[in-house]
Design a binder for this molecule. Structure first.
Ligand SMILES: CC(C)(COP(=O)(O)OP(=O)(O)OC[C@H]1O[C@@H](n2cnc3c(N)ncnc32)[C@H](O)[C@@H]1OP(=O)(O)O)[C@@H](O)C(=O)NCCC(=O)NCCS
Length: 189
């Protein structure tokens, strides 16, 4: 096996590392964690109901969502875990949706891990990865119009509100944010 080939398929290989966090690929072993995250009232309210009610549903979600995205684009939503304990706390990453012309950033964390700067820390690393490793010049983000914590985070990351949009086309109205050019949320590269 050529060197490095394992790194592309082993879900435990770190995609990104920050001071306190490690981002790795999600796998079907994350079913229990995802069952909890996807049914958090905040997730259901601000992101939507993925219809995941059992661990089997969660495994199917991983297969058709994140795993399909890694396979097709080389990126997707990643599992964010605490470096110290390996405990999963949320997901953060990049999505390419049919309804949007550019890649968008997404994030969701379990409420007990909010207000510690973890979302900012992981999203900053994801933005740097999008720019430096993937060469993406422009990123988007969408939020429910009343998702104040998410909007605050996007603005801290350097995103600017552009317009209202419907994603998907027949879906609810969302705020569309854009980030063009070098974003330096963590200081000079
Ligand atoms: C959106 C979401 C990820 C934001 O999480 P968050 O924890 O508020 O975001 P941050 O990581 O930026 O943390 C910011 C807070 O941490 C505090 N903080 C503590 N330690 C910090 C540190 N070391 N560095 C930075 N901030 C720190 C900040 O002061 C700030 O506090 P505040 O919330 O009282 O203003 C979270 O609300 C969530 O998961 N929501 C549900 C899913 C969702 O809506 N996703 C977005 C869909 S578009």
């Amino acid at each position: 096996m050529p060197p490095g080939s394992e790194a592309r398929t082993d879900p435990r290989t770190a995609v990104l590392e920050t001071e306190r966090l490690v981002l790795v690929r999600l796998s079907k072993d994350d079913a229990r964690f995802l069952l909890e995250l996807l049914n958090e009232p905040s997730f259901l309210r601000f992101i939507g109901d993925k219809g995941v009610r059992t661990e089997a549903d969660a495994r199917l979600y991983v297969e058709t969502g994140p795993l399909a995205s890694y396979e097709r684009f080389g990126f997707g939503l990643w599992r964010v875990e605490l470096k110290e304990s390996g405990e999963p706390i949320g997901m953060c990453g990049l999505l390419k949706r049919e309804a949007l012309p550019d890649v968008d950033v997404g994030f969701a964390f379990l409420p007990r891990f909010w207000s510690k700067g973890y979302a900012f820390e992981s999203a900053s690393a994801v933005l740097a990865h999008a720019r430096d490793a993937l060469g993406l010049k422009r990123l988007l983000a969408i939020t429910a119009p009343d998702n104040a914590p998410s909007i605050r985070l996007l603005e801290k990351l350097g995103f600017r509100f552009e317009r209202m949009a419907q994603v998907p086309e027949d879906g609810p109205e969302v705020k569309l944010f854009g980030l063009t050019g070098p974003a330096e949320p963590m200081g000079p590269a």
